[in-house]
Design a protein around this ligand. Structure first.
Ligand code: NAP
Length: 261
């Protein structure tokens, strides 16, 4: 059996974001580590990965700890979405349990710019409950998992943007679902919001560029944004860019090489 020291560093890359896809390409090009990309399996047609891919939950902290041990993983990179708090928390706990380093790529959240009309909320449910009682024209950028929550306010006319096409549920009689994958363009979102007479935008504070168009479009059109703040995640080592994550991985690779193993 190959000793841990005789082989390439083994990296688990928790994915589901543009940063994860970008880091996967860089790791595949550089070939200094053996990395596996992990997807939750939420989307029907995930972006093709140049790295080996595993799909589906691990089975909580215990399942992930078992996976890290069985696969001899040396480093965990958490490049999940800022709202994937369950996965991030599990990763922190499992990496600590197994005794291996974890690094998260954490995009800075969006901040208000001049002209933004935001109200911030601590949950998706609160952001929806904050809409006026009378029917409004609402764009939802909250994702597929929030559709159930929208049905608490079925009087509104919704335009719901999600990755995979589906029919709106029966309890949302005035909803239209648009299937599209980012990055989106501000110009297109201005056209969409104008065409649909959007009065409110529901958004999660994802940060990054790919989904920022709806925020810029709302600003330009004077539309109110109900912004969901990020969930709390336990303290961990973080970087804000793929470049910095790659540098961190390379530093670990270098340390191993210098130890002559
Ligand atoms: P979550 O609530 O934090 O995770 C729920 C469970 O799904 C986790 O406990 C884990 O199951 C499994 N899981 C999540 N991410 C995984 C991954 N990368 N690999 C393997 N299993 C994973 O996450 P979520 O908000 O449902 O998001 C799911 C995925 O979609 C994430 O990968 C995230 O990056 C991506 N995404 C999320 C959003 C968002 O707004 N939430 C937006 C864009 C992309 P076990 O406990 O069984 O291990």
């Amino acid at each position: 059996m190959m000793a841990k020291s005789d082989r390439l560093l083994r990296v688990l890359l928790l994915a589901g974001t543009t940063e994860a896809a970008s880091l996967a390409r860089r790791l595949a090009d550089e070939k200094i580590v053996a990395a596996t990309l992990s997807l939750a399996g939420r989307t029907a047609n995930p972006i093709a990965s140049p790295l080996p891919v595993r799909v589906g939950g691990f089975g909580g902290v215990a399942g992930l700890s078992g996976y890290l041990t069985a696969e001899n993983i040396d480093l965990v990179i958490d490049a999940t979405h800022p709202f994937a708090a369950q996965m991030s928390g599990n990763a922190i706990a499992a990496a600590a349990a197994v005794g291996i380093p974890l690094l998260a790529i954490e995009r800075p959240p969006w901040t208000r710019a001049e002209g933004d009309d935001w109200t911030e909320y601590d949950s998706i449910e609160a952001a929806i409950a904050g809409l006026p009682a009378t029917p409004q024209d609402v764009f939802s950028g909250l994702g597929r998992q929030a559709i159930t929550a929208l049905s608490k306010a079925p009087q509104h006319r919704y335009v719901i943007r999600v990755v995979d096409a589906s029919e709106p549920p029966a309890n949302l009689p005035h909803a239209t679902i648009i299937a599209a994958r980012g990055p989106f363009r501000t110009k297109d979102d201005i056209d969409l919001f104008s065409r649909c007479g959007i009065s409110h935008v529901l958004a999660k504070n994802a940060g990054g560029d790919a989904a920022y168009s709806k925020i810029e479009a709302a600003r330009k059109l004077g539309i109110k944004v109900h912004m969901v703040r990020r969930p709390a995640i336990a303290p961990r080592s973080t970087v804000t860019s793929v470049d910095d994550a790659l540098a961190w991985i390379k530093a670990h690779h270098q340390r191993r090489s210098e130890r002559g193993v």
